[in-house]
Write a protein that binds this ligand. Structure first.
Ligand SMILES: CC(=O)N[C@H](C=O)[C@@H](O)[C@H](O)[C@H](O)COP(=O)(O)O
Length: 235
């Protein structure tokens, strides 16, 4: 699928990230395929998924484009860190390969521009996962087909807000002509709609849809804290 065709397919729509962290009971290929099938049944426009094996299984089972990545570790550049990782994700059938585009040194010494060229030569598109406006501008100039706010708040030196970085969505949308994807800590349908209103082309939601362990912890934490001052217990 070419970049314009895919952009048309994703415009104004939801992308569901179907991932589970290491050690999580949901980290199982068949389970993640079920999440992806549920996302398709609910009207999602695309799936974001981690690791070649999971990408291939979702591509085979679900009739939606897959944005694939391959996480390796959890520090430094860990989202599709090398050209080798990116080509394995493309080979697994991802329409788009998502990769870190923060400009930090990559473990194989490659540049983001080299990764873009390799993925394009393999017939897939590239989503640049960035943390700042400057990184998004550079990634677009280097040929990224989509720029996503994925890494805002997750790079040392940037502060993590509790909610999504809608200010970054707004500034990227004003600065670049490639589609901007709002991603990271979007926890309600209202926030997703607000991201579109701020100029996002599409919205990725993961945890709020496909992470029962994290969602359970959130409820448990709230119960342990007890009712806030705005919610008096009556009766
Ligand atoms: C920072 C990082 O590694 N983000 C990852 C990228 O693929 C995923 O762990 C997130 O779940 C995804 O970005 C969606 O975000 P949220 O789960 O907040 O809706």
């Amino acid at each position: 699928m070419n970049a314009q065709h895919l952009a048309d397919t994703l415009r104004g729509r939801l992308i569901v990230s179907c991932q589970a962290p290491p050690g999580d009971p949901m980290r199982d290929t068949a389970t993640l395929v079920r999440f992806a099938r549920a996302a398709a049944a609910g009207g999602g426009s695309a799936i974001r998924a981690n690791e070649p094996e999971v990408v291939a299984a979702i591509v085979a089972a679900v009739d939606l484009p897959v944005i694939g990545l391959w996480k390796d570790g959890d520090t430094g550049v860990y989202i599709t860190p090398t050209v080798r990782h990116s080509l394995a994700v493309a080979e697994a059938g991802a329409a788009v390969v998502a990769a870190d585009a923060t400009g930090r040194p990559r473990p194989d010494g490659s540049t983001f521009a080299e990764l873009v060229n390799a993925v394009h030569a393999a017939g897939a598109l590239v989503m640049a996962d960035v943390a700042t406006l400057a990184e998004g501008v550079t990634a677009a100039a280097q040929g990224a087909d989509f720029v996503s706010t994925t890494l805002s708040g997750y790079v040392p030196g940037t502060s993590k807000q509790t909610g999504p970085d809608l200010a970054l969505v707004t500034s990227l949308a004003a600065a670049i002509s490639v589609p901007v994807v709002a991603e990271g800590r979007i926890s309600s349908p209202e926030e997703a709609a607000e991201a579109l209103a701020r100029g996002a082309h599409s919205v990725v939601v993961g945890t709020a849809i496909t992470a029962p362990t994290a969602l359970t912890s959130r409820f448990v934490g709230a119960l342990e804290k007890g009712p806030g001052p705005g919610h008096p217990v009556t009766g």
